[in-house]
Design a binder for this molecule. Structure first.
Ligand SMILES: CC(C)(COP(=O)(O)OP(=O)(O)OC[C@H]1O[C@@H](n2cnc3c(N)ncnc32)[C@H](O)[C@@H]1OP(=O)(O)O)[C@@H](O)C(=O)NCCC(=O)NCCS
Length: 146
């Protein structure tokens, strides 16, 4: 099984939309088309602070990592936040997400970014995978929806 990793490209839109729908279904989220279109536009805009790396098998996009680069008060180089991670259910359990995270991590190191982080729900079984990269810390999240 050969998986390759690269940036999201304009031609990927149909495949990306299918995966994005799967991700939204996973979170039982009903995002408006406006948000989806705006997200797509930023992910393929090289001038945006958001970016997407995809996993590709036999020419098909089978997973994505959506990231946001932001500044930080404790550092002098950007911090990379992994906001969304998804692998097509058909291709799960084969190490695709592990390699995708490693791909972004390698990029973060090569770019000299200062931190690479993500959140997940406390009981998400994917924590087994995340624990391979770094132990979870003891911060908790406070989030006011506006
Ligand atoms: C989480 C997700 C991206 C993992 O993708 P994946 O390609 O199947 O993960 P990998 O094959 O690289 O997993 C590597 C290891 O973690 C384990 N693992 C990863 N996700 C798991 C899950 N959801 N349930 C059980 N085990 C999981 C695998 O068993 C595997 O362990 P092994 O190598 O000892 O067998 C995928 O399950 C997914 O898209 N889930 C729905 C969305 C989601 O939860 N996204 C993350 C939000 S923080």
């Amino acid at each position: 099984m050969v998986v390759t990793f690269r940036s999201l490209e304009a031609e990927d839109k149909t495949q990306w939309l299918t995966l994005w729908k799967g991700y939204n279904d996973f979170y039982a989220s009903d995002l408006s088309e406006d948000v989806t279109e705006y997200t797509w536009a930023r992910l393929i805009d090289p001038g945006s602070s958001m970016f997407c790396r995809v996993a590709v098998m036999d020419g098909a996009v089978v997973g994505f990592a959506h990231c946001v680069l932001h500044e930080g008060t404790w550092v002098t180089s950007p911090i990379c936040y992994l906001e969304d991670l998804f692998v097509d259910p058909v291709w799960r359990g084969k190490g695709v997400a592990r390699e995708l995270i490693q791909f972004v991590l390698n990029e973060a190191k090569a770019q000299g970014w200062s931190r690479f982080y993500w959140h997940t729900r406390i009981h998400n079984p994917a924590r087994k995978l995340y624990d391979e990269f770094v132990p979870a810390d003891d911060f908790v999240r406070y989030c006011v929806s506006l």
